[in-house]
Structures are given as C-alpha cells and as structure tokens.
Write a protein that binds this ligand. Structure first.
Ligand code: GDP
Ligand code: GDP
Length: 438
C-alpha cells in the first residue's frame, strides 16, 4: 500500500525542524545497522489517528543572505511540488509576512497541489491571533495557527493535512500492477536502463491524465504482464551544491520507494557501492520492499573469472543489512543481462508477498529450538511458544515468547536463517515481532 507524502516548506528559522521533530515524534525508526538513513532527519513515518503518511523536510543548507534564501526556497518548493501529495507551508508570526513568503506562496499556489498554511510561533493565542490574519494575504487559504515548540494546534494542522488525503492517493493501492522503482545516485545509469527496457519492450502510454506522478511512470509489458516503472531520474535539478543535490536525490528515492513493490538499486560497477548508495539501499530495506541490486556498466569493467565473486563479496560486506538482496550484473549500454531483470522482479514480488502456513512455521521453529537452545539470562531461559505469519509485503512473523528481553537479536537472526533455508524468500526482508504471552 502506498502512503501519502507530505512535505514541509518554509524560510530558515520559521520552525521547520521543530515541527518536523514534533510530528515525527518517537516514531522515527532507527535501524541500527542501516547506515546513515535516519540520522539526518530528511524524512519520517508519521501516524496520526487513522492516518499514516511519509513526512519530508525539504530544507537543506540555509544561507542567510536574502537573494540566496529566495532561490533556496524556490528550490525547496519545487522539490515539494515534484514529490509531495500535500505541502505544509510554514511561516512565522513573529517575523510576520515577508516578501519571500509571498513569492513562494505564488509558486505553490500555481502548482495546484494542496497547500496547508501553518503560522508558527503562536505560543499565546490571545496575543498573536490578530497577527495571524495578515497571512490571509498569501492567498493560499486559512492560516492554521500553531506553536511547534509548545505543541499547540498540531492536531488541527494534521486534520487539515489529512483532509487532502484523497481517493486518488489511495488509488494506487487498488492498482495491482507491480510497481518498480529504479533508484540510485545521479549518473549510475538509471535513465539508460529505463530506455533499454522500454526500447526492447512494449511501452504503454498511461491514460491517466498528467499529475506529476504519472509523468515519471513508464508502463512496460513483458511476457504478457504489465509493470509500472517509477523513474527517479526523470526529474532533475541543476543544483551546484553537492549536499543539496544529494538531499534531493534521497527525497526522490524516498517517495519512489514508498510507492514501489520492488526497488532496483542501481550501482555503478566502476565505482562500487558508495555511501549514498548505502543510504538509498537503507531506505528500501527499512520499508520492507523487494530488493534487486543492479550493478550497471558491467561492460566497462575489466574482468577475469573472479570478478563477479569479488564484486559480490564487496557489496554483501557494505550492504550487510540486506544479505537477502538479489544482485544482477548488467549493462544498460549493451543490454547484457537486462532481460533477466523481469524474471528477477517476478521472483522477488512473489517472495515479498509469500505466506507460510502456521503449522509449517511452528515445525521449523521447534526444530530450530531443538538444534540450538534459546539464550538464558540470570538463570531464566527464553521460551518460544508459537510463531505465525501476520502480514506480507514484507513477510512479517509474530513470535510469542515468555520474556521479550531474553529474545536476542542473534537468536531472531538464527530463526530467520532457518525460515530462509526452508523457503528462500530471496529478495525480500523479513520482519519479526516479538510478543510476550504470560
Ligand atoms: P528551521 O530553520 O525552519 O528548521 O527552524 P527551527 O525549527 O530550527 O527553529 C528556529 C528557531 O525558532 C529555534 O530557535 C526554535 O526554537 C524556534 N521555534 C520553533 N518553533 C517555535 C515556536 O512554536 N515558538 C517559538 N517561540 N519559537 C519556536
Ligand atoms: P542516471 O543519471 O542514473 O539516469 O544515468 P544515465 O542513464 O544518464 O547515465 C549516465 C552516464 O553513464 C551516461 O553517460 C551513460 O551513457 C553512461 N552509462 C549508462 N549505462 C551504462 C553502461 O551500462 N555502460 C557504460 N559504459 N556506460 C553507461
């Protein structure tokens, strides 16, 4: 299922980070062995009442000279327009309405995206409400007074945001064609790969009229099956600042991954896995998507009989949090092994939504426990009562135990390996939820 994407845009110091942190709360997931992904808070998963959405903070480097601020804000606003379903435009009641706000508001209004205008730092409603009305002048609707720092008005703000979660955003959930995101840093060959795949197969022109989302989707029919490719290369920013460019490509990756069933992480064989590749891979891993690592430009590598083995080892070592990922060595230029991509996608899709019967799971667990005793702590031994699969995409298992604290990460990993020995589950992560049963 895909979740709506909400972006925060605003001038420096209006309180974007504060609001982001309040909304993200403790729900920000920290997966210890996923490098760099959650440490810089570019995005977070937010749950509010019945709503779940992905929140992105478009703010990057924020220079303080006037002209640059405006161009930076335009850049941020464009990223938000390109990627988000709903945009929160945040302003500051204490600084009042400034020229840059007006210009960015014009730009946002023209995008026709739903915009929620938040007026921040309204710590005292009586005192500041008269100043809030000024923001009607932006022409983007009713200002919502909030105080991010004192957590006032946050519920009202989220209600306004959620009003715009339309059927259209949830529509994709009903579309059962597999969605494949092609992600990776600039210049690894994403566009070339899409071109290769579309060149050799039938491209279906989408008949759903042009939202930004559709514009970057390519439908390809292969062997009678339709696949929707989400191309993150399609939209490109010409930004000279390296960090900003990286942030942009991460935001693009997050939103594409969110919508995808299978993620193809494209890596440049001539460079190996870089830090940014690892970050993008981490995002796909955290989301529990099907994963294929496509090592591209394989034609440009000098090879002997050990080259594939060496590259595989290196990738497995750096991306050690996803040992399950499928790896393909391809060349978008020559078409070497690009045909294998579709069959690999099919395998990964199947594994990502595979269900295992409870009886069989419990047999595997009983056998695993018999072979390797569960850990003890201070004389108390972990007891595993029962295992069942609660969900797919990714396959999610609930294990009932006597004491959660006794369930070490390494024992969960051991059980995961036993399940994988029996069923493979190649290309998909598995999730484990440990519950206590008294
Ligand atoms: P950003 O640059 O837009 O991300 O802004 P920050 O979140 O870093 O906030 C800028 C400053 O405004 C910080 O000193 C915050 O403590 C302060 N701030 C943020 N929200 C509020 C608020 O609701 N009330 C007040 N009084 N200050 C706030
Ligand atoms: P993107 O930014 O990830 O979409 O990358 P592009 O598809 O634009 O490719 C970046 C550069 O790498 C271009 O000059 C391509 O011609 C080149 N390139 C892409 N795929 C291959 C490949 O398989 N082999 C070689 N040798 N070059 C490639």
């Amino acid at each position: 299922m895909s979740k709506p994407v909400v972006a925060i845009v605003g001038r420096p110091n209006v309180g974007k980070s504060t609001l982001f942190n309040v909304l993200a709360g403790e729900r920000i997931s920290i997966v210890q062995d996923t490098p760099g992904v959650t440490r810089d808070r570019i995005y977070a998963e937010v749950s509010w009442l019945d709503y779940n959405f992905t929140l992105i903070d478009t703010g990057g480097i924020e220079p303080d000279s006037g002209d640059i601020i405006l161009s930076q804000m335009r850049e941020q606003a464009q990223i938000a327009i390109d990627t988000a379903d709903v945009i929160i435009f945040i302003t500051d009641v204490r600084q009042g309405l400034v020229d840059a706000d007006q210009k960015v508001a014009d730009m946002l209004r023209r995008s026709k995206k739903p915009i929620i205008l938040a007026v921040n730092k309204v710590d005292d409603f009586k005192k500041y409400m008269p100043d809030v009305y000024e923001f009607y002048n932006l022409g983007i609707g009713d200002p919502v007074p909030v105080s991010a720092a004192s957590r006032l008005g946050i519920g009202d703000l989220l209600d306004e945001v959620a009003k715009h979660f339309t059927q259209e955003m949830l529509e994709e959930a009903e579309d059962d064609r597999p969605r494949i995101a092609i992600v990776g840093k600039p210049n690894v060959g994403k566009s070339s790969l899409i071109n290769k795949l579309t060149g050799e197969n039938r491209v279906i022109v989408s008949d759903i009229a042009g939202t930004t989302r559709d514009a970057i989707d390519t439908d390809i029919k292969y062997n009678g099956r339709e696949y929707v490719f989400i191309d993150t290369a399609g939209l490109r920013r010409k930004n000279k600042i390296k960090e900003e460019l990286e942030r942009y490509s991460i935001i693009r990756a997050v939103t594409a991954v969110e919508r995808a069933d299978v993620v193809i992480i494209v890596i440049d064989a001539t460079e190996g896995v870089t830090e940014q590749d690892a970050k993008i891979a981490g995002i796909a891993h955290e989301r529990g998507k099907g994963i294929i690592i496509a090592v591209n430009k394989w034609d440009a590598i000098e090879k002997d009989d050990k080259t594939i083995y060496k590259h595989t080892e290196k990738i497995r070592q750096i991306l050690s949090f996803m040992p399950y990922a499928e790896i393909l060595f391809i060349s978008a230029k020559t078409g070497q092994r690009t045909g294998r991509i579709f069959e690999t996608i099919d395998v990964v899709l199947e594994n990502n939504s595979m269900r295992v019967a409870t009886g069989v799971l419990n047999e595997i667990m009983a056998e695993a426990v018999a072979m390797q005793q569960p850990p003890t702590d201070k004389g108390k031994r972990l007891k595993l009562y029962y295992i069942t699969q609660a969900a797919v995409k990714p396959p999610t298992f609930v294990i009932f135990v006597n004491d959660k604290n006794l369930m070490h990460f390494s024992y969960t990993r051991y059980l995961e390996n036993k399940i994988r020995e029996a069923f493979g589950f190649k290309g998909t992560s598995l999730k484990f939820i440990i519950r206590e049963r008294k």
